[in-house]
Every structure is written in structure tokens, then in C-alpha cells.
Write a protein that binds this ligand. Structure first.
Ligand SMILES: [Zn+2]
Length: 271
């Protein structure tokens, strides 16, 4: 899990990262969005994929079309949930294809999963960690929105375990990808949060940088909990791409740009 294990692409002015580990297995399309190539303006410039932001719904719909078309995915089949840093998993997400497209979604969930085609699982982030799962043996997928709270709630681990329980997936064959998000370079917290991580995860993932500040490696905390769910380390692709200290025009970053910044999307769909 060293270095960048995602692959960047650009087409028609829109850029995204794909997951070579998933492509090698076949049967799935997955991507992490970037910032350029959309129609949104100001702080949302330009590929904002969050419908909850203050801009016309048509703008966001157009951004989804631009992002998903080169991937061969149908924008109107997206499944959007209300993300509240819970550990709620929306199962049978295919039953909700189109959720959030025409009118705001009202289903609260921070993870979603399915074993059916014709739906595009979506999780929105702007520093939080997006995790995608693919179980090629049973042809099932999941998408997870993992902030520090979701990481502490072990949402990635719970979702992987749900795929084992619901679909009979073999965790030793399950693949995972951790997308662009705030890195250990930039995720700075105070003692209250540091204490939680020191108690819950490998203490090496939480590094003290001053009397009152700690840096946390959320990527490693998620890798560790996926391994606790039975995944093999070589089956976990880590982008190691920090949204906050990367070039400003590459990603939206809540910690860098503050309230009102746009949303990146992690998407996955069965072929
Ligand atoms: Zn950084």
C-alpha cells in the first residue's frame, strides 16, 4: 500500500481516477472525481457533484453527465443518500436507482451496497475518505463515506462484513480502493479526537506534532479495519492522494476552502 495505486485519466476536460486493481478483476466500473471540467461557479467551480450545495440542480445534473459519460455510466441511475457520519448501510441500493436525481434524497446512509447492475453507487466527499469495495466472486459492490467519525465507527469494516453476510462474499478475495481525501500530512486534530484514535487503532496511526496537535492517518486506519474484516493487504488500493495539500484546482477540500466548497464523488457500478 505504498504510493499512488490509482490511475488518473482526462477526457473532454474532465479528469478522474480509476482503480487498476478493479479493472484487472473486470466486471465493474469505478472512479473518483476531480475538480475540473464542470459548469459550477465560484467556490463550487467547477465539477461540484453535491446536490445539497447552493446552485441550480441542473448544474449538478450536467456535472454528473460530464463525469459519468466517459465511464459509460447512466447519470440518471445514481443512488444519492443523505450522509450524516452514521454507520447506516443502505442495502439493495439498486432498488433506489435514480434516488436524489430529480428531487432531494431523504434516505440517510453513509454506505450503500448492491449485487445488481443498472445503478451507480455514489458517495460524496471533500476531505472525508471515500472507500469502494468490490467482491468479484459474488459480483457485489459497495461505496462508503468515511469521515473520522465513520472511521471510528468502523463503517468500512462493517460494510465489508455485510457483503460477506448478505452475498456470501469471500473477504480474502474482496477488493478495496481508498480515494483522494485528507492525508496524514494535513488531518490535524486536538487531544479529544486523538485520544479516541489512540484507543481504537494502531497508535502508530496517530502522531503527536506539538503540545496540542496530532496528525491522524485515516487511510491506514481504514486499511487496518478492512484487514480486520479479512481483506488481504495486496487487495487494497490506496490512492495516497491528499485533497487538502494537492493543487487547489485538483480537488475540493473542506479544510482548505471552508464551508461552501463543492463535493467530489466516488462512484461504482457493476458492468
Ligand atoms: Zn496533505
Amino acid at each position: 500500500m505504498s504510493g499512488n495505486q490509482l490511475q488518473m485519466h482526462t477526457q473532454g476536460g474532465v479528469s478522474w481516477y480509476s482503480v487498476p486493481l478493479f479493472e484487472k478483476a473486470g466486471g465493474v466500473t469505478a472512479a473518483f472525481s476531480m475538480r475540473k471540467g464542470g459548469v459550477s461557479e465560484g467556490k463550487l467551480s467547477s465539477l461540484n457533484l453535491g446536490f445539497a450545495k447552493p446552485e441550480p440542480r441542473e448544474n449538478v445534473q450536467e456535472n454528473y453527465r460530464r463525469f459519468l459519460k466517459p465511464l459509460g455510466l447512466d447519470a440518471e441511475k445514481i443512488v444519492i443518500t443523505v450522509q450524516k457520519h452514521t454507520d447506516i448501510i443502505l442495502k439493495d441500493a439498486h432498488l433506489h436507482a435514480g434516488l436524489g436525481w430529480d428531487i432531494p434524497s431523504e434516505i440517510v446512509a453513509d454506505a450503500e451496497m448492491t449485487d445488481q447492475k443498472d445503478c451507480v453507487l455514489v458517495k460524496l466527499t471533500a476531505d472525508c475518505v471515500p472507500v469502494l469495495l468490490y467482491a468479484p466472486d459474488v459480483h457485489a459492490i459497495a461505496a462508503i463515506h468515511d469521515g473520522w467519525a465513520g472511521t471510528v465507527k468502523r463503517l468500512a469494516q462493517k460494510t465489508a462484513e455485510s457483503m460477506v453476510e448478505q452475498y456470501g462474499a469471500d473477504p480474502s478475495k474482496m477488493l478495496a480502493a481508498i480515494g483522494p481525501s485528507i492525508g496524514p500530512c494535513c488531518f490535524e486534530v486536538q487531544q479529544d479526537v486523538a485520544d479516541i484514535f489512540l484507543a481504537e487503532f494502531d497508535p502508530a496511526n496517530t502522531v503527536r506534532v506539538s503540545d496540542i496537535k496530532w496528525h491522524i492517518d485515516l487511510w491506514k486506519c481504514n486499511v487496518d479495519q478492512l484487514m480486520d474484516a479479512g481483506l488481504r493487504p495486496e487487495n487494497i488500493a490506496v490512492g495516497s492522494i491528499c485533497t487538502r495539500c494537492s493543487c487547489e484546482d485538483m480537488f475540493f477540500s473542506y479544510r482548505r476552502d471552508g464551508v461552501g466548497t463543492g463535493s467530489l464523488a466516488a462512484v461504482i457500478s457493476l458492468d
